[in-house]
Design a protein around this ligand. Sequence first.
Ligand code: 5GP
Ligand code: ZN
Length: 113
Amino acid sequence: MSGCLFCGIVEGTVPAKVVFQDEQALAFEDINPQSPVHVLIIPKRHVTSLQEVEAADQALLGHLVLTCNRVAAQKGLSSGYRLTVNTGRDGGQTVAHLHFHVLGGRRMTWPPG
Ligand code: 5GP
Ligand code: ZN
């Protein structure tokens, strides 16, 4: 989608450190990491947020979660990681293209801010 930052990363017009990709998904390093490992996993097709997904996206969502697990393993996060999907304004979403945060490499705390 034109004007979307993460679509720009998919298209290659915005630079990013890509760690994994396949036909449907792209994984790249977060520009402002909140933990030693902080990777974003996105669908290559523009989807605005988790609130916008439909039944037809079920397989894509499953694929994205499996991709998160794969990236976590690739990054050596054998003792666990946090998967976060900030959704909408109250969820703290700042980029309007669905993304999963894989955070790891340190012990996470709860509750989040
Ligand atoms: P949100 O707040 O929407 O859940 O997460 C957006 C994430 O995108 C933030 O963690 C932020 O650091 C990251 N981000 C914002 N702009 C860029 C960028 O241009 N490149 C990369 N790699 N990450 C970005
Ligand atoms: Zn987009």
